[in-house]
Design a protein around this ligand. Sequence first.
Ligand code: ADP
Ligand code: ZN
Length: 438
Amino acid sequence: MTGGERYFDAKAETLPRRELEALQLARLRACVERLAASSVPFHRERLAGIRPADLRSLRDLARLPFTTKADLRDHYPAGLLAALPRDVARIHASSGSTGKPTVVAYTKRDLELWAELVARGLVAGGLTREDVFQNAYGYGLFTGGLGFHQGASLVGATVVPAGAGNTSRQVMLMRDLGVTAYGATPSYSLAIAEVALSEGIDPHALPLRAAFLGAEPMAEPMRHEIETRLGVTVYEQYGLSEIIGPGVAAACAIAPGMHLAEDHFLPEVVDPASGDALAEGEVGELVLTAPTKEALPLLRYRTRDRCRLLREPCPCGRTSLRIEKILGRTDDMLIVRGVNLFPAQVEHALVGIPGLDPHYQIVLSTRADRQDELRVRVEVAKGSAAEHAERAALEARTREVLHGALGISVRVELVAAGTLPRSDGKAARVIDERRRGA
Ligand code: ADP
Ligand code: ZN
């Protein structure tokens, strides 16, 4: 990589920590001042008695109230809008994977900032104007499609706005247009790899080089699987519509984790139950403050995403801290026979077992004795010996691996390759039949 291409915004991305933190504090104070004086009753009431000058250091962030998804829902659709309605340039919504969608608004300047932040992440993964970028995130209210579209355009790449779905066409476009980089969810990447092979196209023979994947959790073995199947390097992307969409954090080419755009988003990690700050390096709920957005600035937004922050300086030169990995959502936690576990743990244990394909489902049900039962359905790789003779052995091995990883017994159901549903966006991995009173 040449110097000029390493960063999209060298100054902002390599700001010395002291300056970065001073900037964060200044932006936080300005935001509190603006919201306390705004016409939004929600903000005015909650900020009564807090003066920007009371915020002496970033630690004082903890004196401000949290904002939750419920607050956004309660003020649906525009109750938290901090800009004039006529200054709203665009509306998006969360995908609603956990209920009613949350509507978010952007001013023209918010859209510009958003494109810049996505561009930073793409450039960190080596995207340049020489690239042909196929955008296989869903367009529409979901922030993935337009978010990556604007970011890749700003970098100057040739953008192919394929959108999600129509997988045969995705593969055809990749081949015919000489696509070098693409964006999609991890689960859709697997579907693309599968369709390519079934149509006789070897992804390794294509110029495809980089994959910008996000919007859902991806265990490390899953990332490895995608890299191997498609012959690409994966650069993970993180974001959520309430904060801005994609562009909140993105991987660099050197170290693990994702650099958080800390000049615009101030992170904290808290205990999801008590809301108390956790010690450095502990896994907890990510809380983000977005002080620079015009239409929807948020103070201490509870993302419900679980992660740990890495503060060691990164050899890539970016001075922002990194999110090690999003391990899933706090509300994804499954309680099975009294044991707490997360779907990501299943993925981590399962993917990469020889003889299995990385397509799986987690089914929770109630046994006749009223105990919870955890079943894992997983596909047997096509052409593996386990398709026939060694099925029982593979099942036993899978059961053992899952038991070791989760600490509870699991029923394993091997199913034929290609039989579980494929997703072109966020995969729905968990089926909970317990509430249906079995
Ligand atoms: P929702 O899915 O909550 O309706 P969004 O479409 O805004 O809303 O998606 C944002 C959510 O997607 C994040 O809060 C997070 O749970 C998930 N997500 C995004 N990127 C990643 C990632 N790289 N790893 C894991 N989860 C991610
Ligand atoms: Zn880095």
